[in-house]
Design a protein around this ligand. Structure first.
Ligand SMILES: Nc1nc2c(c(=O)[nH]1)N[C@H]1C(S)=C(S)[C@@H](COP(=O)(O)O)O[C@H]1N2
Ligand SMILES: [Mo]
Length: 313
């Protein structure tokens, strides 16, 4: 996100499925030659995505047209697999997502290391169709499958000292070769204020389009905070910590003048290097006006009452 000046999406960047699949085969071959140690003899086939059971019809879902699956699964930001939009779809299959556990620690009554399967048994899944707005000025509408983060937080009962929730992505450079270069401070970390984390719009997602999460979208479990720029929605989470102090966040560490802790979608606050007033919805030609809080102002504006949003960007 820092390396190239963001540009509009060229149609050539979003390839048709057949082209993409053929190119992926080629890239896997190339990866096999160049990156043999990371493949480790395992299968290089992308995993077959299992269907999930879930409820539909959430009142929080957007009624806008959904972005097609191919675009959602081939135009990604996941720097652990390279900085190009197309790299995650090519290389994320190298990540082993099972078994998976999550460490819950910090200011919490029930700390521990929990198997993801055991956590998921406690939560009914639902579909949430949300707008996602990247700081690079493109947007999508994604039918996520997940459950409210608030439900998980209540289950582990944070102490009264817990003011923030911090999240950490897996650090496994042998499978995430992007972590072999210091593009970012690994592991990727993010955080929310407790009231943001408890907000009913905030979910942990384990799938999209009715199936389990493609690796490139953050399998097996990622955060989705729809009123914030996409980078707050951290992927492939292995740790959730409850803290008294505001936790560090990867993009803020990397470029503090460009990425603040809050990172709410706000067309009135320019990124230092570009305006945030407009966005390109993937698949559309004309740009749209970017909406305050990505269109979720009615639900979330109260959380920021009295805050100077130019200072707390
Ligand atoms: N661990 C991790 N999480 C991440 C990122 C990343 O590079 N690493 N990129 C972020 C950015 S900048 C965006 S826009 C979204 C993209 O999510 P998507 O690829 O599912 O559309 O993931 C976010 N979560
Ligand atoms: Mo992003």
């Amino acid at each position: 996100m820092l390396i190239k000046k963001p540009d509009d999406i060229k149609p050539s960047e979003i390839t048709a499925e057949s082209v993409y699949l053929r190119r992926r085969e080629f890239m896997q071959l190339a990866a096999g030659l160049a990156l043999t140690p990371f493949i480790g003899g395992g299968s290089v086939e992308a995993k077959t995505l299992q269907s999930l059971k879930f409820r539909t019809g959430s009142a929080y879902s957007s009624k806008e047209a959904m972005t097609d699956f191919e675009s959602i699964a081939t135009y990604n930001n996941f720097y652990e697999f390279g900085t190009d939009k197309t790299s995650p779809a090519k290389y994320a299959h190298l990540l082993t997502t099972s078994p998976w556990s999550i460490v819950i620690d910090g200011e919490v009554s029930k700390p521990g290391k929990y198997n993801l399967e055991d956590i998921l048994k406690q939560h009914a899944l639902e579909e949430r169709i949300y707008r996602l707005r990247c700081v690079e000025r493109w947007s999508m509408v994604v039918p996520w499958i997940g459950f409210p983060l608030a439900d998980l937080i209540k289950r582990f009962s944070p102490t009264s000292k817990a003011k923030y929730v911090a999240f950490e992505t897996l650090h496994r450079p042998e499978e995430m070769f992007g972590q072999q270069r210091s593009v970012l401070n690994w592991p990727y970390v993010e955080g929310l204020r407790m009231d943001e984390a408890m907000h009913p719009l905030t979910i942990l997602a384990v799938g999209l389009y009715g199936k389990e999460m493609p690796n490139q979208n953050g399998a097996p479990i990622r955060l989705v905070v729809p009123w914030k720029y996409g980078f707050k929605s951290i992927k492939s989470i292995v740790r959730i910590s409850f803290t008294e102090k505001q936790p560090p966040t990867s993009w803020n560490i990397s470029a503090p003048s460009e990425y603040g802790f809050y990172s709410n979608v706000n067309p009135q606050v320019d990124h230092p290097r570009w305006s945030q007033r407009k966005e390109r919805r993937i698949g559309e030609f004309l740009r749209r006006d970017t909406l305050m809080y990505n269109g979720y102002a009615e639900q979330v504006a109260d959380l920021y009452k009295g805050m100077d949003l130019k200072k707390h960007f």
